[in-house]
Design a protein around this ligand. Sequence first.
Ligand SMILES: Cc1cc2nc3c(=O)[nH]c(=O)nc-3n(C[C@H](O)[C@H](O)[C@H](O)COP(=O)(O)OP(=O)(O)OC[C@H]3O[C@@H](n4cnc5c(N)ncnc54)[C@H](O)[C@@H]3O)c2cc1C
Length: 489
Amino acid sequence: MMASAQRPEVVVIGAGISGLCAAYELTNNANEISPRVTVIDAAHRVGGNIQPLDFGSRVLDGGPDGVLARRPEFLQLCSELGIASDIVPIAARGAAVYARGVLRPLPDGLIMGIPTDTAALQASKILSRRGFLRVLRDRFAPVPSSRGALQDRAIGNLVGTKLGKEVVATLVDPMLGGINAGRVSEMSAAAVYPPLLAAAQERGSLMAALKAQLPTPGQDGADEETPAFQSLYSGLFSLATTLKDLLASRGVTFLLDTAITDVRYNPKVAPCWSVNSLETTTRADAVIVALPAARAAALLRDLDQELSALLSTIETASVAIITMEVSEGTLAFPETGTGVLVPPETPLPNGDFAGERFLMTALTFLDRKWPHLKKPGTFLFRVHMGRSDDERTLTMSDEELVARACEELRLLTGTPPDLLNVSVTRWPASLPQYQVNHLMRVAAIEQGAQRSPGLFVAGNSYTGIGVPACIASGRTAGSNARHLLTQGR
Ligand SMILES: Cc1cc2nc3c(=O)[nH]c(=O)nc-3n(C[C@H](O)[C@H](O)[C@H](O)COP(=O)(O)OP(=O)(O)OC[C@H]3O[C@@H](n4cnc5c(N)ncnc54)[C@H](O)[C@@H]3O)c2cc1C
């Protein structure tokens, strides 16, 4: 493919962290002629899900508030941007689960919610006696594994077969399903937690096989002192603004408040791509579509129906987050830990909504995780609501969501919260669901994109939902596009 001029043009659609990182990588090599880059976003500001939340006198993170420290991409990017000194490690460990009517601390030895320490599990009293005995069977008479290699399987199915349904419902679904606002009955082991797929195909105990895969302390940075998560003192949202400022100084153009409606390719003209909104057309030699897959599907429908159909198979979940501040000590939360998990099918035991399922999926204790957010005498936390199979938040008003959260908090702690400050943030269709055979779908999408020279996709729908995976996805797309334009594919 020929670049149209000395400086090729690239359009990045989407200014979430994936799109910003794609633009960063496109303009990151001082030794080459950088492409001219335009970043286009429908929203008024950059960052996508990474957004600030005005909360009283403070600005908090409205979306993601911490990143997995085990992956290197966040630290690497912060170092390159000169903001590594702004990184703050998480200050709390452990969590509780609402199990059998009580908040109970999670036991040691959980790997993605899957127990590996039966003594700790028994002491936690999280499972019924019957549920615990079913787990114990894995140690003494494990259920045989399937014959032949599995390409993929639902996490719920793999764990349920080996350890029973109760452990899935009470621990694995709230923990692993909860992170992605999905259900482990649908979730791909190969895409979300490949070590589980491997361990479940071992002959004997699943717990032993999983444990054997864990790095021993001292290896792979695995030690008690290494924090699991990190954030930024200035808020994770500041990563997006830092990137935007740097990109602007490199000459990148930002076109905000511009919703792209379609993308066209005509090899007979140069530049061969046109990226269209209702009011604008931007021409380019290459296009990086850094949008959630369903949005990408809509833009690419006329260009490649097969690719568009594949993209639209990646479903999303809608969630709402209610940030609350109460007087310290007024709610009977566990004294330590990062928060509380609520298993998906848990019914409300009494009150106005008795018998309905909890809408809350988790609580996270913001100022315990990040003590620099602490205000003396107050307690700051978030209530997470909604999952892939629970879209009730979409039809409820903010007032209804807050009232419902207060009632559910009353049931968990015995007291309704006396709110000093509250804010509702909605995230419709924001969390992609990696269902069984997700990796096959992604491989087909990547192949499909290659049918149109100069088209690349990036974002949280493909190879990881967390911020570090999105940084990697964006940088890879940016680097591939730059390589194509400077050296040919
Ligand atoms: C509530 C919530 C909490 C989360 N918490 C964490 C966490 O604590 N840690 C973690 O690692 N990850 C977390 N995640 C996941 C992580 O934040 C996201 O996966 C990541 O930010 C996605 O980045 P992205 O750039 O791929 O997509 P997005 O952030 O979705 O960006 C896509 C951009 O495309 C724009 N756009 C959409 N359609 C169009 C169009 N037609 N034309 C132009 N622009 C368009 C949007 O405006 C948006 O700016 C969380 C996600 C959510 C929703």
